[in-house]
Design a protein around this ligand. Sequence first.
Ligand SMILES: Cc1cc2nc3c(=O)[nH]c(=O)nc-3n(C[C@H](O)[C@H](O)[C@H](O)COP(=O)(O)OP(=O)(O)OC[C@H]3O[C@@H](n4cnc5c(N)ncnc54)[C@H](O)[C@@H]3O)c2cc1C
Length: 407
Amino acid sequence: MADFGGDLEAFRAEARGWLQANFPASLRRGAPTGADPEASETPTEDQELWRRRIGEKGWGTPTWPTEHGGGGLTAAQARVLQTEMARIGAPNPIGGMGVGMFGPTLLEYGNDEQLRRHIPPIVKGELRWCQGFSEPNAGSDLASLQTRAEDMGDHFLVNGQKIWTSGAHLADWCFCLVRTDPKAKKHEGISFLLIDMHSPGVEPRPIRLINDTTPFCETFFTNVKVPKENLVGPLNGGWTIAKRLLQFERQGIGSPARVGQAGPGVLAGPPIETLAKSYVGVDDEGRLMDADLRARLTSHLMESKAHALTGERIALEAKSNRGPTAASSIMKNAGTLLRKEKAELAVEILGHQGLGWSGEDFTEGEINAMRVMLRSKSGTIAGGSQEVQNNIIAKRILGLPDTTHST
Ligand SMILES: Cc1cc2nc3c(=O)[nH]c(=O)nc-3n(C[C@H](O)[C@H](O)[C@H](O)COP(=O)(O)OP(=O)(O)OC[C@H]3O[C@@H](n4cnc5c(N)ncnc54)[C@H](O)[C@@H]3O)c2cc1C
């Protein structure tokens, strides 16, 4: 990449030129990105072409190091690129847990061989990753996990069960927490292991949700052989790596962009205030007819704005480039509550039309609004529940006394 010497306008011109030449026009605005780890749709030819091109360029992971295929851009350049892509409606097809959670963690903790092997396919969007942390008896109290990895000399033998493994049925790899020392204190006997999901003995069983999708699985491991080189960091040192990964996860879940997108259908269409005016109607002065709804909607919009501005401030203040901190728990709680509120407001605004499940009486957007609303509730649990984030905020940010061992 050319060195722009901090000249962002020169970089903007370069980015525009490259996008003009490489982004297929057929994908402008509204096209599915294929980046959702839970999505199973087959990409179109142009989507595939776009993924390959941006993957080769490294701009799907713009700030990752060039030596592993990333874009090597500064945070400021990456923001310019993002603006330019948004301007022409170009989605980033490189995403999922590999980009948002595992990749940044591996860049901090992986050895050279692991980086050479695993980062380039993530940069190019070639492989999907899933997260094997939670178990039936280990959620908030994650360190109680029991999935065992026994040292067999030249490999580990893994046995146990994970649950709520998002996208496990579609994933190629799993970053997994396993117990490698059952006798040690519970936080000190855990390791961070990479498991090939195509290995014999791995069996993901999809779980159907209230909104009629099957985004996550129970995942069973029965005598799964895992090569020793798949251990990340020290043996029994997985807890520190897991905590770091959770910060990346919470940063992603709580990002203002997620609140803005808030799912498919109605919520990804016109702004919610426009939706309200068209479904609920306006008074003579052009104000939303229902005064109570107007007040609640205004309050929601103000909080969303404050959340977005806080997100921008955090990004600008992160000059040290050390990534997320415990503050990601604040953004996670605020962001997921806003998403939930927005989805509930949308269903309320649609009135009867918001209660449709299927059929010709409802538009696709109206049907999706209900499904998005049901799904939106899970955000306050995934990645660590609301209450557990409050514990982290109390302990690590406010310095209050703590008696729990939450992650
Ligand atoms: C949509 C979705 C996707 C997910 N994807 C994944 C995934 O890909 N991989 C993965 O490993 N896991 C995944 N999870 C699991 C998620 O991390 C857990 O659900 C979460 O950590 C909570 O654990 P639990 O469900 O066992 O609830 P529990 O830990 O049993 O908690 C039950 C209730 O008790 C409260 N509680 C528990 N401990 C405390 C405490 N110390 N103080 C106060 N309150 C407490 C909780 O807040 C909660 O309200 C996903 C979950 C969801 C909803």
